[in-house]
Design a binder for this molecule. Sequence first.
Ligand code: NAD
Ligand code: GLY
Length: 353
Amino acid sequence: MKTITIPTGKPYEVRIGRGLIREAGAQTREACPGAETAFLITDDRVAALYAGTVEEALRGAGLRTETFVFPHGERHKTVATWEEALERMCAARLTRSDALVALGGGVTGDLGGFAAACYQRGIPYVQIPTTLLAMVDSSVGGKTAVDLTGGKNQAGAFYQPARVICDPDTLETLPEEEYRCGCAEIIKYGMIGDAEFFRSIGETGIREQAERVIAACVKMKRDYVARDEYDRGERMKLNFGHTFGHACEACSGFSILHGEGVAIGMAVMARAAAARGLLAPEDRDALIRMIRRYGLPTEAAWPREEMLAACGNDKKTAGSDIRIVVPEGIGRCRIERIRTEELGDWLEKGGVQ
Ligand code: NAD
Ligand code: GLY
């Protein structure tokens, strides 16, 4: 088992190891020592696969369990699901010392984390990520949120978990297209900050070295979060590809997946940066080849005007400015503040008609 400490205001550990979900009870007890009840939140697909194992582990450690299952998918990362979870927590008479356990992908982690942040002004929670994307990114760093009609992640809080339990064995049941979405975020880490890591996932497939890759990404995320817990500077680099990625998700009515949107967003940014002379064409091509190597899309299928309208609610907007992450080479990027009117030009140079 690997242990990585995230040194936020309230530090916590990410534990990575095969078979670890069977220890979810002992881990939750250790991380949330006052808990008598564990409120398990999970979506229907993950519930069918892993809720029984986790409930058994929690009960085995002497915790009472209450399980809340919601329908899977981004469409259910809503205020309505969050409210239902809170009502269920209240009905279960959860106290401030009890724990919430979020078992699933980024949707469950974001939603569960936000419910934990708000219930009685905050109760401890444990993340058990079961998608590659959640293992390498969303379960670490304390960004919790739900979507509003007007945009993704528009209501949320920074609220760090008490522990993250990452069991790579759970990836065995993950559908291929969801696995690919995790690969998009992994490529992102290499592109923004680690050329050697980028090369390593070109030479050996991510699946063949999943545990090493997960640990490497968690360490990179640890470093960004340690330098900028509240996303005011350096951490924004993790949003590389996300401004246009979120726009793609919204334009598709969330029929494309988050990681697919990020993949397109990275490719658009790389093409635009190269057209502006900020990124060497061979680095642009290396990124696009890497995205395609992992079966991910690189072209936006929506008109520029639609994409621009969907960018309107981006959280990286400040007044009439927006911060974008510009790639400058493999393993190098910078944050640039531009006028929102300039986004159209970036899209055009990025190949969006
Ligand atoms: P997800 O939670 O919807 O999971 C994807 C699908 O896989 C779901 O249908 C789920 O039921 C299924 N699934 C999960 N684990 C499984 C397993 N082991 N076996 C079989 N099926 C499984 O989506 P995701 O891609 O994990 O996360 C995307 C979300 O994460 C988005 O809402 C995004 O905004 C958010 N996100 C948050 C952060 C953050 O820092 N908080 C970072 C990146 C992404
Ligand atoms: N996934 C972006 C962040 O955690 O900052």
